[in-house]
Design a protein around this ligand. Structure first.
Ligand code: NAG
Ligand code: NAG
Ligand code: NAG
Ligand code: NAG
Ligand code: NAG
Ligand code: NAG
Ligand code: NAG
Length: 327
């Protein structure tokens, strides 16, 4: 083993401490943000440096105020049109996003319709493809024309997903190319997917949609192996991040589990925070940190002191980098 040169040592320190060097070991990885109103400090866990997470969504059109003090380039917000307004000509979503863009927010992508193929009881937006197509034309087409990359509706992992999508695409095409001889598809840039189930199921579901949309980036925006024992969930977690990181057609992914085990609707072991709000092993792994050994059931509250400790290490290392530069 050759000793590192001073220059490469300096580069390593700078890479660790300089926020301008925004390189992530897992650039596809993002956050499905579900704010915790009872325990506000949980909201800051995911972005505390060092974090590999590069983007987030919150099922809504506007950024979450808890991330206001972060730079956009470090943590990109992706607006979502969750469901369909009853009036298809209601362009509230469009004007909200246009407002963000004119205010200087870097909006490069938007997502649409959360699980339109399922009932609201199951967290779906339950949108008829015909209405979805109209709402798309009034709200999403103008953004696409303005250069924002637009994601197709995010269907469930169920069998009804692809048939819903085919109807939607057919209806959308009929609307935008009405009266034209050659039918055009509504423009889209990526396809969000959801999956709850085992690893083989995830791989085959992503494969099926990769086949249906061969030239299009896929985003896996909600997934987990719900309601399993801890070892099964952790082994799924490890295999799935490896699969998604290495699958070229998968452009981004976000694991559904950034909440306390006590708030989880996908089983306690699927959560990335314990009952007391500490990172579980999976939570720590998602942030590229070593296992914490904290069980999902643990009620021990996280202490603010740990966060302060990490902050100080950053300050000390930053000081070292400045001194090294001066030399
Ligand atoms: C943003 O605010 C939160 C809460 O006050 C704080 O924990 C965090 O360190 C702040 N982040 C930055 C980059 O200032
Ligand atoms: C906006 O976000 C996109 C996607 O992350 C990025 O490629 C681009 O450089 C960002 N633009 C600015 C001005 O930060
Ligand atoms: C919605 O807009 C379309 C296209 O501009 C128009 O044909 C239609 O009448 C409008 N519908 C309503 C309910 O305003
Ligand atoms: C549009 O939607 C309707 C009702 O959902 C459906 O019956 C029809 O076949 C769709 N059209 C296309 C072109 O897919
Ligand atoms: C629209 O897109 C779908 C899915 O990629 C494709 O099967 C279909 O042929 C396209 N239709 C048109 C008119 O381009
Ligand atoms: C895109 O699709 C066309 C055929 O529809 C195919 O020839 C081409 O190789 C595809 N490109 C990529 C990058 O997959
Ligand atoms: C998951 O990966 C971590 C390292 O990222 C490793 O420590 C752990 O043993 C793995 N667990 C399983 C169940 O594969």
């Amino acid at each position: 083993m050759t000793p590192p040169s001073t220059l490469s040592w300096l580069a390593a320190v700078l890479a660790l401490t300089s926020p301008a060097v925004a390189t992530s070991a897992h650039p596809k990885r993002g956050l499905v943000f579900t704010p915790n109103a009872d325990h506000g400090k949980d909201n800051y866990i995911w972005t505390r440096p060092p974090t590999p997470l590069t983007w987030y969504y919150n099922y809504g059109a506007s950024p979450s105020i808890v991330f206001d003090n972060l730079t956009q380039s470090a943590f990109e917000f992706v607006p979502m049109l969750w469901g369909a307004p009853s009036d298809a000509n209601d362009t509230t979503f469009l004007t909200t996003v246009q407002g963000l863009i004119s205010a200087g927010t870097n909006i490069s992508h938007v997502m649409t319709f959360n699980e339109p193929d399922t009932a609201t009881d199951y967290g779906g937006s339950n949108v008829d493809p015909t209405l979805a197509a109209k709402v798309w034309v009034s709200n999403i087409e103008p953004l696409s024309k303005a250069g924002v990359k637009v994601g197709l509706p995010a269907c469930t992992g169920g069998w009804g997903g692809l048939p819903w999508m085919r109807q939607f695409l057919g209806n959308c095409s009929a609307l935008i190319s009405a009266g034209e001889k050659n039918k055009r598809n509504c423009t889209f840039d990526f396809v969000p997917l959801h999956w709850y189930g085992n690893f083989d199921g995830l791989a085959s579901h992503v494969g099926e949609w990769a086949g249906a949309f061969p030239n299009t980036s896929l985003w896996v925006t909600e997934y987990n192996y719900d309601n399993q024992d801890l070892a099964t969930t952790q082994s799924f977690f490890n295999s799935s991040v490896q699969l998604l990181d290495s699958w070229d057609q998968v452009e981004r992914y976000s694991f559904f589990g950034a909440f306390r085990s006590t708030k989880s609707n996908v089983g306690a072991n699927a959560a990335m925070l314990s009952a007391g709000g500490q990172l579980t092993d999976m939570g720590a792994w998602y942030l590229d940190r070593p296992a914490t050994g904290v069980l999902p059931s643990s009620t021990k509250e996280s202490s603010g002191a740990a966060a302060l400790g990490r902050g100080w290490i950053g300050v000390v290392l930053g000081g070292v980098a400045v001194v090294a530069l001066l030399l």
